[in-house]
Design a protein around this ligand. Structure first.
Ligand code: PLP
Length: 454
């Protein structure tokens, strides 16, 4: 690296020249920042000399861990052979063909076709256009509305943020765009507990919100339902067990498409290849990104069902005017191929389901006994701790929502563990290569964090 400055001067230069995503710029001072300089396995090092356990796998993406030479080597080799060519205008190339074949093997049996982009957000832009085009092709052009859920996260482009259900994001830039309808989320700890329903009944009720919305808006106007199998950025919201079976029943009887946003849940995070496998749903589209390359290079895509692919193949509508310069970028595809080979060779999906998942879950649920924790939940290696002011009254929340979560997150970093704060919950999503010893260190640092925050 050419830049050779002290840690403080690096932070000052970052402050002077770099506007960060998802940041309150008014309060982000020079010394608030951490500059990460190196990573290996589940460990990060910063320029202040700290070693920190990456409990978030970067941004829910570095599933195979940092510093994998197999991926570095595959990208280097691909760049020497063909560093760029596009997939427009009837051209293709070897890595995009190889990756598409590989994806058809690991995705659900009825999904064998993929359209590429570079991120989760642009994949959701693609999905919005494909869903509406599908219904045009099928001769039902009135089917335009996409039903999503409050507090969902589907990215930060205009379409991604509109599909998402985050009020703060909608408040900036006049969103959502028309034709998107948000229903209630299946958030038991956040909303269900106060409803007077049992958790099981609340799960069914939240699922039936979909049916009520279809009735209200008219099935002939509804194009699709989009949902994350487990909401990630919304707070790792593992829905009640009754939720997805009830949604599935509704989808089976309604003439609408289902989009399972697998950007976080995909590629082993929940102990199955995809969240759709985990919950037994049958999507028409699966936006993917993150774990597709484990973040080594940017790559996203939309995997589609055979019925959708067939409609596009048989369409008389002419050209589908959509795509990105970097759709199926060769080096990114090479990174994805090497990454998926690691996932398969090291049986990481099975490891999360049968080995390291249950180990970390046991540690995690033990943290649920702490006075500050109202609920500890985890699926695969995907977890949250809900922090509460009074464990004897779980309905009570801290007065200034978000402050305690942020304080806890900062303690966590000082204790050598990256966790993320969502409102007053702490989130983890570590690399799937986490060892048992590292799971123990993670739990120890999390417990100290709770003690320090209490
Ligand atoms: N969809 C989901 C479920 C996500 O969690 C994210 C990002 O966290 C996205 C879409 C957007 O992905 P990206 O940040 O790669 O644009």
């Amino acid at each position: 690296m050419r830049i050779n400055l002290s840690s403080h001067d690096l932070k000052a230069a970052d402050h002077a020249h770099h506007l960060h995503p998802f940041t309150d710029h008014g309060t982000f001072g020079i010394d608030d920042r951490k500059v990460i300089s190196r990573a290996d396995g589940v460990w990060l090092w910063d320029t202040d000399g700290n070693r920190i356990l990456d409990g978030m796998a970067g941004l829910w993406c570095v599933n195979v861990g940092h510093g994998r030479s197999e991926i570095v080597e595959a990208v280097r080799a691909q760049m020497s052979e063909l560093s760029y060519y596009n997939t427009f205008f009837k051209t293709s190339h070897l890595p995009v063909i190889e990756l598409s074949k590989m994806l058809a093997e690991v995705t659900p049996a009825h999904m064998n076709m993929v359209f590429y982009g570079s991120s989760g957000s642009d994949s959701n832009d693609t999905v919005l256009r494909m869903v509406r085009s599908y219904w045009d092709i099928m001769g039902k052009p009135d089917k335009k509305v996409i039903i999503s859920r409050k507090n969902a996260y589907h990215g930060s482009t205009v379409a991604g943020a509109s599909l998402g259900g985050m009020g703060g994001m909608h408040g900036q830039g006049d969103l959502p765009i028309p034709g998107i309808h948000h229903i209630e989320q299946p958030y038991w700890f956040g909303e269900g507990m106060q409803s007077g329903m049992s958790e099981a009944d609340f799960g069914v009720w939240a699922a039936q919100e979909l049916d009520r919305a279809i009735e209200e808006l008219g099935e002939d106007k509804i194009a699709a339902f989009i949902a994350e199998p487990i909401q990630g950025a919304g707070g790792v919201i593992v829905p009640p067990d009754t939720y997805w079976p009830e949604v599935k029943k509704i989808l089976d009887k309604r003439d609408i498409l289902f989009i399972s946003d697998e950007v976080i849940c995909g590629f082993g995070r929940v102990g199955e290849w995809f969240g759709a496998d985990y919950y037994g749903t049958t999507p028409d589209f699966m936006p993917i990104a993150k774990g597709l390359t484990s973040g080594y290079l940017p790559l996203g895509g939309v995997v589609m069902s055979d019925r959708v692919a067939e409609a596009f193949h048989n369409s008389a509508a002419g050209e589908f005017y959509h795509g990105y310069t970097y759709s199926g970028h060769p080096a990114a595809c090479a990174a994805a191929i090497a990454n998926l080979e690691i996932v398969k060779k090291e049986k990481l999906v099975e490891r999360v389901r049968d080995d390291i998942g249950p180990v970390l879950q046991k540690f995690w649920h033990a943290l649920g006994e702490h006075e500050l924790v109202g609920e500890a939940r985890m699926a695969g290696l995907f977890g949250a701790l809900e922090l509460v002011p009074d464990k004897s009254d779980l309905a009570k929340r801290f007065a200034n929502v978000g402050r305690v979560g942020t304080i806890a997150r900062d303690h966590s970093f000082k204790n050598g563990l990256v966790m993320r704060a969502v409102r007053d919950s702490l989130i983890i999503s570590p690399p799937l290569t986490l060892s048992e010893e590292e799971a123990g260190l993670l739990a120890k640092a999390a417990r100290k964090t709770l003690d320090d925050t209490w």
